[in-house]
Design a protein around this ligand. Structure first.
Ligand code: ADP
Length: 604
């Protein structure tokens, strides 16, 4: 036996090395996973075939050549069935087609039984390419037929899956295997020509590595094994392997020791490199897992939130009818013309019940409005709005209440200010803010309403400031940033914004409370105190209404007893077109008219 370097020996060695390496790597990644086992078996059949192909090439007698061609055939027989196994596992069809696979393996075993008889490889002859070329036995033709049947059927399954699959990654993977296998079948079949004295070289030898590499790549991708790690590992194995060979060819002792040291160092560095890549992959996988879990939890929370909103909406609807009835009958009882209640104590109690029922009615209608806003179903009908007239109207309507609270309402800007919006909603915001100013002012004072125009950046800056101060707070407070309004609807439009300010000289708001005011149900201080009755929903609703108008709302105060200023922005009328375009992009969800919000001051 002598080592010969020619096309046949080199190509078969190449196939042996590549398929063994890929087989070992893939199986060692996860020896329990079926697809990896299938690939391992496939690689074993290919590497066994190629190893004995090589040994056959270097055999020096006919007897040796006969034995080695028979052994190489013993491995080759299993290539189609193993390929079938890979494809079925890959396409998740193993259970469905298990019997077909078992039949394929059974056929392979029958041929294995024949491989050492003259029925498969009859004898050895001398040909143009080989010194010792096998001559086919009488069962060889049947074997070839079955070989192609077993190869073609899974290829057909792959083709079908390729056509049907909508997933781009999956399609690519199937295509890779299809291309790999067709190259292999075409190339591999050329190996059989010479068995029948057709003078075509055995191209399968040189094509073999491509087949192995393509299929391995596809399997690795499917398994989400990290290709980076595999390439690094292979490169390191090769380097260490070369270093090992180098040691054996050392010319003297010092060279020998030097090379051993080099190998030890290389092995150590390889170990570190692989360890760090593995660590990195593990971290990535963990992160992916966590992100998935988080996304799922988030979905679940969204569902819960929607359910809660729906529940509140339903419950409020059901509550509203009896509450309105109670309120109606109480008002009749208190009306001297309609009913007579003699006991002044009873009148006093009835009066309190009446006040409480009004508050209850307001709470219910507030909650209904909140659920409509949060479901995105609040009806907003935008038209040209003359703000000057609107502010004057609101001040006029609240004048009486203001006087009762010893407050004077002043509006300093007579100029024509106009915006594009829903007058009723803007009015509700104004009523709410002025109402609060009256309610939260104990001493006589003035409520000043002013309007001005500022560059959009100013509003952005003020809002960024509010957001920044909320973000540094505990999670619970950060709820205040959450907006019930779609981002597109919230977007500021135009170069300038109209700013409306409502300034009072009332009880003021502590600085740390300012960013939280617009949070749902938030009330400053202890709301069991009789003097501060309310729902804590007014400002939350106002914020949503302002944002539905592409505006922002925030508050300012020098602290307790220094009065407060509430500021909100609205777009200028000239940006009407842009606003309409923006809103056309947001899908409508079946609008619902808001419920009238009973005036806050009436309850006091
Ligand atoms: P409600 O007034 O029904 O409690 P709001 O959402 O309108 O609910 O107001 C939330 C809280 O903000 C109030 O409870 C009050 O503590 C505070 N607040 C609002 N406006 C003023 C104001 N002008 N001066 C002082 N505090 C105010």
């Amino acid at each position: 036996m002598q080592i010969v370097y020619n096309y046949f020996t080199v190509s078969s060695l190449l196939i042996f090395i590549t398929s063994t390496l890929f087989g070992v790597v893939v199986v060692s990644k996860n020896p329990k996973k079926l697809i990896n086992i299938a690939f391992g078996m496939f690689a074993l059949s290919v590497s066994g075939w190629s190893l004995f192909y090589y040994i056959w090439q270097i055999s020096s007698t006919e007897d040796q050549a006969l034995l080695y061609t028979r052994i190489l055939m013993a491995f080759a027989i299993f290539i189609p069935a193993n390929y079938f196994f890979i494809v079925l596992t890959l396409l998740d069809k193993l259970r469905q087609k298990l019997w077909l696979l078992i039949t394929a393996y059974a056929a392979s075993f029958i041929f294995l039984g024949l491989v050492f008889t003259p029925l498969m490889v009859k004898s050895i002859e001398h040909t143009k390419y080989h010194d010792f070329w096998p001559i086919a036995g009488s069962a060889f033709g049947v074997f070839l037929l079955i070989w192609f049947l077993i190869v073609l059927y899974p290829s057909f399954l792959l083709y079908k899956a390729y056509k049907e699959s909508k997933n781009v990654d999956r399609k690519r993977q199937i295509l890779l295997i299809l291309v790999g296998i067709s190259i292999a079948v075409l190339g591999g079949s050329t190996n059989y020509f010479q068995w029948y004295h057709v003078s075509i070289p055995p191209l399968g030898n040189i094509i073999g590595p491509i087949w192995v590499v393509l299929i391995s790549y596809a399997v690795i991708k499917h398994n989400l094994l990290n290709i980076k790690l595999i390439i690094t590992e292979i490169a390191l194995y090769l380097i260490n392997g070369i270093l090992l060979i180098e040691i054996l060819s050392a010319k003297n002792l010092s060279e020998f020791i030097f090379r051993i040291l080099l190998l030890i160092m290389a092995i150590y560095v390889s170990y570190l490199a692989i360890k760090s890549i593995r660590h990195e992959i593990k971290q990535k996988e963990n992160l992916k897992e966590l992100t998935n879990q988080l996304a799922q939890a988030n979905e679940h929370l969204k569902e819960l939130d929607a359910m809660k909103t729906e529940f509140v909406s339903l419950a409020s609807h059901e509550l509203l009818t009896p509450v309105s009835a109670i309120e109606g009958y109480l008002s009749m009882l208190l009306d001297e013309k309609l009913a007579k209640v003699d006991d002044p104590k009873a009148v006093q109690y009835l009066d309190r019940v009446y006040g409480a029922s009004k508050r209850l009615a307001r709470l219910v209608s507030d909650m209904l409005n909140v659920s409509r806003i949060e479901e995105g179903r609040l009806l907003v009908e935008k038209k040209d709005v003359d703000l000057t007239t609107l502010v004057k109207q609101v001040s006029e309507e609240l004048k009486f209440k203001a006087e009762e609270g010893k407050q004077k309402i002043e509006f300093a800007n007579p100029d024509g200010w106009s915006t594009f919006g829903d007058a009723d909603k803007i009015k509700e915001v104004m009523v709410n803010l002025i109402g609060n100013s009256i309610k939260y002012s104990k001493d006589p004072g003035t409520i000043t309403i002013s309007i001005e125009k500022v560059p959009t950046e100013k509003v952005q800056e003020a809002w960024a400031e509010v957001e920044k101060s909320i973000k540094t707070r505990p999670l619970d407070d950060q709820e205040a940033i959450k907006s019930a309004v779609d981002e597109k609807l919230k977007r500021l439009v135009g170069k300038e914004q109209i700013l409306i300010k409502v300034k009072d000289e009332g009880i003021g708001i502590p600085k740390e409370e300012l960013p939280k005011l617009f949070k749902k149900f938030h009330r400053v201080g202890d709301y069991t105190t009789a003097e501060s009755q309310g729902t804590g929903l007014g400002l939350y609703i106002s914020r949503a209404l302002v944002e539905l108008h592409h505006g922002r709302i925030w508050a300012d105060s020098e602290g307790s007893h220094h009065g407060s200023t509430f500021i909100f922005s609205l777009p200028e009328l000239e940006n009407k077109k842009e606003i309409e375009e923006l809103e056309a992009q947001v899908p409508k969800k079946g609008d619902m008219k808001p419920l009238a919000r009973p005036a806050k001051q009436a309850e006091e």
